[in-house]
Design a protein around this ligand. Structure first.
Ligand code: SF4
Ligand code: SF4
Length: 176
């Protein structure tokens, strides 16, 4: 069957209707509310409970809450956590109770922000915070060490204060 083609007017041959149609759409969008964000100067405000990067926290007495149990290291699906326990060295003030890790590293390039480490931690020592945009200039820079994780995590008030109790016990026994 032969296809009937409309004869184009001079304006249509010069694409004028199509150009005006396009300009009309552009003009309409020029006066609409802007949907783009000037990232990185502007950031999304994430909702309460958002699960971003995992950081270590200290209690209100400045103690590292992590006790090197390594549960988070074991459970982490992409194996992003590497913990070096303190070994036999103990803090004479609190005996062998406070096993603050010698080193604690999280490879943020591997971390998938799943939250398993936070869920499994018996000490409430690691929390997923609201940082979702982590950048660095090298792979090495993206491996956060203990000091960096603690600095980013800040203080988490511990209502139980078991360290204080252990400290008092140690003092009573004349260890401290
Ligand atoms: S959030 Fe998930 S992937 Fe990231 S360190 Fe914790 S357990 Fe591993
Ligand atoms: S962060 Fe929690 S789960 Fe991980 S080693 Fe420390 S105490 Fe254990």
């Amino acid at each position: 069957m032969k296809v009937q083609r409309k004869t184009l007017s001079l304006a249509e041959k010069l694409y004028l209707p199509a150009i005006f149609k396009g300009l009309k759409i552009t003009l309409r969008h020029m006066f609409k509310k802007k949907a783009t964000m000037q990232y990185p100067e502007e950031h999304w405000v994430v909702p309460e409970g958002y699960r971003g990067a995992p950081y270590l926290v200290r209690d209100q007495h400045g103690r590292t809450k992590c006790v090197s149990c390594q549960l988070c290291e074991f459970v982490c699906p992409p194996k992003a956590i590497k913990i070096t326990p303190p070994g036999p060295q103990v803090n004479p003030n609190v005996g062998n109770v406070e096993k603050e890790p010698k080193e604690f590293e999280i490879d943020m390039l591997r971390c998938i922000f799943c939250g398993y480490c936070q869920e499994v931690c018996p000490e409430e020592a690691i929390f997923l915070m609201q940082d979702y945009s982590l950048t660095g200039e090298s792979r090495k820079e993206m491996v956060y060490d203990k000091e960096k994780l603690l600095a980013l995590g800040g203080v988490h008030n511990d209502p139980i204060e078991k360290w204080k109790r252990k400290e008092m016990e140690a003092r009573e026994q004349g260890v401290g």
